[in-house]
Design a protein around this ligand. Structure first.
Ligand code: BDP
Length: 736
């Protein structure tokens, strides 16, 4: 075998003329050299943890760390110490020496009062910080100025270590620190919509990173990188498989694989969870039913939980999508969501596991407005869920649209822990190619006032438990992570993963400040980069809303794959999977009447909110067509008739993308060429696609509006039929 292979190479090389041979040799040598050099190419793999040397003057402001005092007696302590050595080594040029005690000025002392005795006197200051919180303080230890990163538990010290490194990376002063931080939400979880065959539903970053076939024998180093990146932003849980779940993941063969991943993640404070298929007792358990009130079914789940915990003692619990989009669930047996959730909760409770039960439910057999169905189904069960159940609610009532008003369930279930579910992967926001920073969109929802307990009852306060006192608290983000070298399919999509983690830690945080940190860590600390890039990111969400779904329009994308515009989508198996169901355009106007004269979805909000959304004069114009059906000549707040305003916004969106391109082009030379070029190419695609959305939507809606385009706005270059005929059989991420 070896010989045959060798001779094939010889023959191949021998056929080429001499100069070509030399060229090949040079290329091979160059390749070998590149391999020998540690990877310096900016391919995005290092994420925001690049730890590039700090250039002056920022390094001057960072007090040099003269020694690191940190134990490594537990796996978490060991990774924290390792991370600091790695980070400080990269940022400051050399890693500080390890020391047992503070013997000179400038030591960094990291740990808990137990792991590092010098920190014991800070114990009182740790009160209220819980298991995961930490303190970073400049102080004197043994007569020397030092910096302490101290926590009640190892995991808090690890989070503190990442925070300290972030301060250095972003150029923040570190000489007079007095910082306290603790997460406001307990469960900060990623949801991977990854199938066992490695296809990622709504994934735009390659395949699933879980190499199920080779697990548990082969542990990809990437699993550690993944855990480390998540720990750096405080994520403490991961649901490994798709909510459209395959019961096989609960079989012993797969549980071994899951256990292997759990072992990699454990030192980084990350627990694994699984999506559980409700019908698993039938599919893999040989039972005739999955009825949650059937004693044999309950026994089966208890035994399953015991089996899981025997392998994974810190298993987090189950995520469940039930009776939604064809998934099995308790209603198949005439039982309620609470019956189903509580059965699983009972099985997990002895092990302190939780159930995250999704509220994303709607049925095409239910004639009522899809936006109302979750509320209608769940609110009557408030107070019925077991203590270890959280109801996981998408940010809006339809489905991760470019912009949605907050979900009316927030604030409406005071006796039930509600988790937020955000979608980090951009299923409806241009996949991985469009530059859309989701921070402002999430911030808008988190800061929305539910008025559940009077003014100031924000969604953030609902989910952090400060409004109604529910426990546990949590948040989930549908991951945008895949096998692509840069993890997220594009450099800027890393910012969405990053921002999700930071907002999960503190849902009251500022999207702009998070963006600024991310840019400094990911691209450059040069203000000439940070300012324009942050501005561009902050404007990017409004841009995509404008060119895809302005004025509250929603659910207008291509059927199935959700790529590109499809406002004409109608017919098929379900009305609530069409576009016409949502935009309701006709000769007399456009928009979904959700006021009292229509579906009355507004009445699901607290009265002050319902009054605002229901009132044409007061509804935020960004939600106009979400809540109202208005004639084409309806006068909008700009003074323009609705049709003109719609066209104006489509064009504003395209123009904003053009502006982003100009901004980015202007940064050439300030950003490494590799990443600059890819972002530039993606922005060019985004501009084309923004134009396509605009043209196709205008061509379609004009057939109803029957009005000319306002002055200065060009007609779509193609007839409507052209856009309607476009097909994309291999668009990525489809649901299967
Ligand atoms: C929709 C996706 C679909 C998911 C579903 C869900 O198109 O692939 O299964 O959400 O959240 O947005 O369950």
């Amino acid at each position: 075998m070896r010989r045959a292979c060798g001779s094939r190479i010889a023959t191949w090389a021998g056929r080429r003329p001499g100069w070509r041979r030399a060229g090949v040799l040079a290329a091979v040598l160059a390749l070998a050299a590149a391999w020998a050099i540690p990877a310096v190419a900016e391919d995005g793999h290092a994420l925001w943890l690049r730890y590039q040397p700090l250039a002056e003057p920022a390094r001057g402001s960072a007090a040099p760390v003269t020694a690191l005092v940190a134990a490594a007696a537990t796996p978490i302590q060991a990774v924290a110490r390792q991370e600091l050595l790695r980070g400080l080594g990269g940022l400051l040029g050399t890693a500080p020496p390890l020391a047992d005690a503070v013997a000179r000025p400038g030591a960094l002392v990291v740990g808990t009062p137990e792991s590092v005795p010098a920190l014991a006197r800070l114990r009182p200051a740790l009160e209220g910080l819980g298991r995961e919180g930490y303190l970073i303080r400049s102080l004197e230890i043994d007569g020397h100025p030092a910096t302490a990163i101290v926590a009640n538990q190892d995991i808090g010290a690890l989070y503190g270590a990442f925070h300290y490194l972030r301060l250095l990376q972003t150029g923040a002063p570190v000489d007079a620190l007095d910082l306290r931080s603790a997460p406001k939400l307990q469960l900060r979880v990623l949801n991977h919509w990854d199938n066992l065959d490695r296809h990622v539903e709504r994934g735009y970053a390659g395949q699933s990173i879980w190499d199920w076939h080779r697990l548990p024998g082969w542990i990809e180093p990437r699993y550690t990188d993944y855990a480390r990146a998540n720990a750096s932003i405080g994520i403490n849980g991961t649901v490994l498989n798709n909510v459209n779940a395959n019961a096989l993941v609960l079989t012993p063969m797969y549980l071994e694989k899951v256990a292997a991943l759990a072992e990699v993640f454990r030192p980084w404070g990350i627990r694994v969870y699984l999506s559980a298929r409700f019908s698993a007792p039938v599919e893999i358990g040989g039972l005739a039913t999955a009825d949650p009130l059937d004693p044999a079914v309950r026994r089966w789940w208890r035994a399953k939980a015991d089996q899981i915990y025997a392998r994974i003692p810190d298993f987090g619990g189950f995520l469940v999508k039930a009776n939604s989009e064809g998934q099995p669930g308790p209603q198949d047996y005439g039982r309620s969501h609470a019956d189903g959730a509580n059965m699983l909760a009972e099985a997990l409770a002895p092990h302190e596991g939780v159930v995250m039960w999704r509220a994303f439910v709607y049925s095409d057999e239910e004639p009522d407005d899809r936006a109302k169905q979750a509320y209608t189904e769940f609110v009557p069960h408030d107070g019925e869920f077991a203590d270890n159940v959280l109801v996981q609610v998408k940010n809006g009532a339809i489905d991760f649209q470019p912009r949605e008003p907050f979900h009316p369930l927030f604030g409406a279930m005071p006796q039930t822990p509600l988790m937020m579910e955000f979608q980090i992967t951009k299923e409806y926001l241009g996949f991985a190619t469009h530059l859309v920073y989701l921070g402002p969109m999430w911030e808008e929802v988190l800061r929305a006032d539910t008025h559940a307990e009077g003014e100031g009852s924000t969604v953030a306060k609902v989910i952090d438990g400060s409004l109604h006192g529910q426990r546990p608290t949590g948040i989930a983000g549908v991951a945008n992570i895949g096998s692509d070298r840069n993890w997220s399919g594009s450099h800027f999509d890393q910012a969405n993963w990053y921002a999700y983690g930071r907002l999960a830690w503190d849902p009251h945080a500022s999207a702009r400040e998070i963006a600024a940190d991310w840019v400094r860590m990911t691209f450059s600390r040069d203000p000439a980069v940070v300012e324009p890039v942050v501005d561009m990111m902050m404007a990017s969400h409004q841009a995509v809303v404008d060119y895809m779904t302005p004025l509250g329009l929603h659910h207008l994308m291509g059927r199935g794959h959700h790529y590109g515009p499809g406002p004409w989508v109608e017919g098929g198996p379900r009305a609530d999977w069409t576009s016409v169901y949502f935009h309701r355009a006709s000769r007399d106007g456009i928009g979904f009447d959700r006021t009292a004269t229509g579906s009355d979805a507004v009445s699901q909000y607290a009265p002050p909110v319902a009054r605002q959304f229901g009132d044409l004069e007061r509804v935020p114009e960004d939600f106009l067509l979400w809540f109202h059906h208005v004639p084409w000549d309806y006068r909008t707040r700009s003074g323009r008739p609705l049709w003109d305003e719609l066209v104006h916004r489509y064009d504003r969106g395209v123009a904003a993308v053009r502006e982003m391109r100009a901004t980015w082009d202007g940064l050439e030379g300030r950003i490494d060429p590799e990443r600059h070029a890819q972002v530039a190419a993606f922005l060019a695609i985004q501009e084309q696609e923004a134009q396509w959305w605009r043209d196709a939507s205008i061509a379609y809606f004009q057939t109803f509006a029957q009005r000319p385009l306002p002055d200065g706005h060009a007609p779509p270059p193609q007839p409507l039929e052209h856009y309607q005929a476009l097909e994309f059989p291999h668009a990525p991420g489809d649901g299967r």
